[in-house]
Design a protein around this ligand. Structure first.
Ligand code: ATP
Length: 285
């Protein structure tokens, strides 16, 4: 059986507004997703053992039934009772529990990869139904687009056509922040009214980077900083390097800043490396 290797990209949220709490305990949100060129690599080796075997080079990622890739494979096996097995190796480059949705991206890549190597012939709609059971961020990665607007739990996706490629400096402090904890610390009454997503998208389409920097929004930022106070000086440090818009990504702790050019992003990275270990220059995919 033929093996397959796929890249699994991270995301940044340039806009994340929390609209309301849902009866199921989740939140209705409006978010602007962007794929970036920081990617894990997944390789799929199908066999007829009926077993799912996961290996991963990152010590914090479980390789058993808690791995989102394992969960995807299990769901697919249950949906199509076949005797197919698979070995999946995950090479992690995306920091874990960092607000970059590495696990969700791996899950989406597994849906796409297993649909191919197991020749399941599932439609995108069928894959999306499974994606939604695995996690709210998975649906975005099933869409072939660099930019999208996510609503409801973040899993109702509208693709956006934005030709502009942005460069970012991205810092992931060595601390894990779990989404459920950040949402737990978030206080609904602290969200400011107003919805600037359309203005942000218009400025992105026009390539107005300075305005985009001013329009970034993340309702979870205050909660992430509350749980991890060292994010505040990090944000200030990035701003002091002449980077236009600086924001916590998703539920953090990663913080990104938009740079005017790749060179500006590289210069900021050199400065930040003096104090932080995980500093990346990334761009829109
Ligand atoms: P999000 O922004 O969607 O909340 P995140 O970037 O904060 O995601 P992830 O890197 O997706 O967080 O990991 C969150 C948790 O999921 C980790 O504690 C990790 O143990 C678990 N996990 C399960 N499968 C994976 C996977 N394939 N890759 C990374 N983490 C995984």
């Amino acid at each position: 059986m033929k093996s397959l290797r796929l890249s699994s990209p991270a995301k940044l949220n340039l806009y994340l507004k929390i609209l309301s709490k849902r009866p199921d305990g989740f939140h209705n949100i409006k978010t602007l997703f962007q794929r970036i060129n920081l990617c894990d690599e997944l390789s799929f080796q199908p066999d007829d053992s009926g077993k799912i075997r996961i290996s991963c080079d990152h010590p914090k990622v479980p390789t058993g039934s808690k791995n989102l890739v394992y969960k995807v494979a299990r769901q697919l096996q249950e949906l199509k009772p076949v005797s197919l097995g698979v070995k999946i190796d995950i090479q992690k480059n995306i920091p874990v529990a960092a607000g970059l949705a590495g696990g969700s991206s791996n899950a989406a890549t597994a849906l796409i990869g297993l649909n191919r190597v197991w020749k399941l012939g599932l439609s995108r709609r069928e894959l999306l139904n499974i994606a939604r059971k695995i996690g709210s961020d998975v649906a975005f990665f099933l869409h072939d687009t660099a930019w999208a607007l996510g609503t409801e739990k973040g899993d109702k996706i509208r693709k956006l056509d934005i030709p502009k490629k942005l460069y970012f400096v991205l810092v992931t402090p060595c601390v894990s922040l779990y989404s459920w904890k950040v949402y737990g610390a978030f206080k609904m009454q602290l969200t400011k009214p107003g919805d600037d997503a359309n203005i942000l998208i218009r400025n992105l389409k026009q390539g107005n980077i300075l305005e985009v920097g001013q329009l970034l929004k993340n309702d979870l930022e205050a909660a992430a900083i509350h749980l991890c106070p060292r994010l505040r000086p990090l944000k200030k440090k990035i701003q002091s390097l002449g980077i236009t818009g600086v924001m916590v990504s998703g539920s953090g702790p990663s913080i990104f800043g938009i740079a005017e050019s790749e060179q500006k992003a590289q210069e900021a990275r050199q400065q930040l490396l003096k104090r932080y270990k995980q500093v990346f220059v990334v761009r829109t995919l």
